[in-house]
Ligand binder design. Sequence first.
Ligand code: GDP
Ligand code: MG
Length: 157
Amino acid sequence: VLLGPFGVGKTSLFRRFVDNEFSEDYKVTLGVQIKKKSVPLPDGRELSMVIWDTEGHSDNVQDTRKSYLLGSHSMVYVFDLSRPETYGTIISDMKYLKKEYPKVIFKVLGNKLDLVNKKEVTQQLKDQDIPVDALTSAKTDKNVLDFFNNLAVDLTK
Ligand code: GDP
Ligand code: MG
């Protein structure tokens, strides 16, 4: 399940990964969209991933509807590298989520890499002790497939 603040690119990552599409138009997700994609594993098997793109939250991750999160095997917390206000609460949000969902595989993903200087932003995240698993751009397709393929491997461990 993809979660995180509004406008960070959850739906764009979802569309890029599943359909290899991207659009600049911003349409707010209402509720949740669910799509399936089969991902090849290094050992030749395939994993059928069921991905939930949630509407996300405005101020507080605790506002994310529980019905979207219950039963998920992995939560991907997306933030916007070009908007520092979306990374101010990652540490506390992750603390809350890990406590509520102790069995879930968590990933933190910084998106919109095309809008920032990678070196500068990496340093800023490091200075603030923000744990990040991947930096992506749904627009340019940077790292999106790799991220989901790696997640598929983690899910089968
Ligand atoms: P969501 O609310 O988290 O689902 O965000 P959306 O996927 O709807 O994206 C919000 C806006 O950001 C849209 O206008 C997208 O076109 C734009 N966007 C999403 N990902 C990227 C990206 O990687 N780079 C750039 N430049 N824009 C992006
Ligand atoms: Mg959306």
